[in-house]
Design a binder for this molecule. Structure first.
Ligand code: WTA
Length: 659
């Protein structure tokens, strides 16, 4: 098909002959045939795949219900259990002794579990939850780090039909509280501590702090998994040890069969305004896309060793650790630690050690490892045997062509295709991505839509924009793994994703363009007030609210993003203090106070890199903060905006000073 051929002159990499011959989607013709099938009979295409990839308890007869658009229903009358699909199905198919997870702890100890063992652990944990009165539809918050236990916790919720909400272990007590309160969770699953980079960090103590902040009356129990054995406080009657409870539970547990639309999980993510949104995902449609994309995008075969380095606290860790790989019976690596401990060779050493064949990570990790190995040869990928690798992946932010080329050459030895996967918490799985045996690659482009995904670029009125021009990225038709709602906030779901001017298209929130010849997509980044720092999504307003809640010091604050070499984007905060504008050492001291404050309010990932103090903030005559001007100041660009109406032009100079 012509659209799979990259532009004349652009650096491109054709799929290798071996992959074109053997991949699940083998060659451009196979891709084109799937695209054509979906175009000719959209519902028929998805129904076929739903029957192929999901084991249904009650077979589906309905595919898509659009009667309450934009609240779409997929496979509505089918019933299933996600945990059954991930575990029992593999055991029943004779893969019980196959390794499901190779877990490497921060300190390097390795533990493996087979599918049968994982099933047993999930069943015991499910029985624990049931014995504590947790049932279908109840919400359970999971505040755990990367571990087999974390995956077990998620699978156990799925098994009994409880809706989980995983909160990243780096979020603060305040952020955790907000999520517990919004979900109305009946139970919190956590661990005594987490271990990262050689340090033991609290988890349970932060849960205690979060619950003490109030508003979490729905929580009846806190169940704690022992990780480090640290001496931690347990509240009698409320707090229980998972290992003690699980030991006395039966090793089998009948799954709860749920309708396809039953909410499998809520995952909070930042929007442009207000508090983080609880993105609600379904069971059937979500599982289908998790399984399908894991298989096709990574060309996953039975002998592969798959490693996704994301954390289970983010959507990538949901779809490509906790669900997708298990749903297709893969062997995967789960890693507790961080890429630079004990040194920046950790990823490469682990690839060599576990003979990883498919490696999926974020551009920010690649960029920081490029920097770390510069001049320090011991942690350079060339020092390791990476010959087991056959496919590489990238996710979370645009990958710049220089990082792409390094990844391709130094890690992939020039022979492994890179799948640059564009998607979002809301999309559930990959939306625009190369398929390794079918798509010629262009560094920096996520290439073409996954078969059946109707991605397009339009203008503000929803009109198609011709290839070669940029516009806003939309998905024209609903797809099975899409967000179903913002947890109990239908209005916010509508206004965030289906604004009336866009003709019923899903608004992704990213700017993008398509190549004039090939139609390949390139993502420009967010068009709203959402920042992407090291692949973590944050709303500028969330950080502003955190800053102004420091009422001892802060009168007003505005936050913008600016490009950063390593983290992609960096948080830059402009602050007006209640007292006089500080200078010199005092400014540095107060900047540190505010950074820590934001770290405590939201989590360390949200700490502003730059904090700048002004007597006031530049505003329009109508009193609006001039954000575009602030962005230019943050970037150190020449000011081209009209600043003649500013009451206090001196503020511009003040705001250029970093502390
Ligand atoms: C960005 C992460 C360019 C994008 C899976 C999107 C990307 C946001 C890519 C979603 C990519 C993700 N190329 N940009 N391959 N993947 N993004 O919800 O701005 O944490 O809207 O989901 O990350 O971030 P989220």
């Amino acid at each position: 098909m012509s659209t799979t051929l990259p532009a004349a002159g652009a650096t491109h990499y054709a799929p290798n002959a071996e992959l074109t011959r053997t991949a699940h989607v083998s060659g451009p013709e196979a891709y084109a045939a799937l695209v054509a099938e979906a175009e000719a009979d959209y519902e028929g295409y998805w129904a076929r795949l739903a029957r192929e990839f999901v084991a249904w308890k009650t077979p589906l007869t309905k595919t898509l219900d659009t009667s309450e658009a934009p609240f779409f229903k997929w496979f509505e009358d089918g019933t299933l259990n996600v945990s059954y699909n991930c575990l029992d199905r593999q055991v029943e198919a004779g893969s019980g002794d196959k390794t499901a997870i190779i877990f490497e702890a921060d300190g390097g100890e390795v533990t493996t579990v087979t599918y049968s063992q994982l099933l047993e652990r999930v069943c015991r944990a499910s029985n624990v939850l049931r014995s504590l009165g947790v049932s279908k539809g109840d919400r359970v918050v999971i505040y755990m780090s990367m571990s087999i236990d974390g995956v077990v916790a998620m699978q156990a919720c799925a098994r009994i039909g409880a809706t989980h909400s995983v909160v990243f272990g780096g979020f603060s007590a305040q952020s955790l509280r907000d999520r517990i309160a919004d979900t109305g969770a009946v139970l919190v699953l956590t661990a005594d501590q987490q271990v990262r980079g050689g340090k033991s960090l609290p988890l349970k103590a932060i849960v205690d702090e979060a619950l003490a902040l109030g508003g979490c009356d729905s929580v009846r129990q806190v169940v704690v998994t022992r990780r480090t054995g640290a001496d931690i406080a347990m509240v009698p009657g409320r707090d229980l040890w998972m290992q003690e409870l699980a030991g006395s539970q039966p090793s089998a547990c009948e799954p709860e069969w749920v309708p396809a639309e039953h909410p499998l999980f809520l995952l909070y993510t930042s929007g442009s305004t207000g508090k983080p949104k609880g993105v609600q995902h379904s069971s059937g449609g979500y599982l289908l896309h998790a399984a399908l994309t894991t298989k096709w995008t990574f060309d996953l075969k039975p002998d592969d060793v798959f490693w996704c380095t994301a954390d289970i606290g983010w959507v990538t860790g949901h779809t490509y650790i906790a669900y997708g790989p298990l749903a297709i019976g893969a062997t995967q690596v789960v890693f507790e630690g961080i890429p630079i401990f004990p040194d920046a060779g950790r990823f490469w050493q682990m690839i060599e050690r576990h003979q990883v064949t498919i490696f999926y990570t974020a551009p920010t990790a690649i960029r920081s490892l490029i920097k770390a190995s510069d001049g320090i040869s011991a942690s350079h990928p060339r020092e390791f045997d990476l010959s087991s690798l056959r496919i590489l992946g990238s996710v979370g932010e645009p990958i710049n062509p220089a990082a792409w080329e390094w990844y391709h050459e130094q890690v992939g030895g020039g022979r492994c295709p890179i799948v640059d996967t564009w998607w979002q918490t809301e999309t559930g799985g990959h939306m625009i991505t190369p398929l390794p045996g079918a798509t010629a690659l262009v560094p920096g482009s996520c290439t073409l839509p996954f078969p059946g995904i109707m991605a397009a670029i339009v203008d503000e009125t929803g009109e198609d924009v011709p290839n070669g021009q940029s516009g806003i990225l939309v998905i024209k038709k609903p797809w099975p793994s899409m967000i179903r709602n913002v947890w109990h906030d239908e209005e916010r779901y509508r206004s965030s994703y289906y604004p009336p001017e866009l003709r019923g298209y899903y608004l992704a929130g990213d700017g993008a363009g398509r190549d004039a010849q090939t139609g390949y997509f390139t993502i420009g980044g967010r068009i709203d007030d959402v920042l992407n720092v090291s692949g973590h999504r944050m709303g500028t307003m969330e950080i502003e609210s955190a800053l102004v809640s420091c009422t001892d010091h802060v009168a007003e604050a505005a936050v913008v993003g600016r490009p950063d070499e390593t983290s992609g984007e960096a948080v830059c905060a402009f602050v007006v203090l209640k007292g006089p504008r500080p200078e010199g050492e005092e400014a540095k001291r107060l900047a540190a106070v505010l950074r820590n404050w934001v770290g405590k309010e939201i989590g360390p990932i949200a700490k502003p890199k730059d904090i700048r103090f002004g007597d006031n903030l530049p505003k329009t005559r109508s009193g609006k903060i001039m954000r575009r001007l602030l962005r230019s100041i943050a970037r150190g660009e020449e000011i081209t905006q009209d600043i003649s109406t500013l009451e206090n032009p001196a503020v511009i100079e003040q705001l250029t000073r970093t502390n």
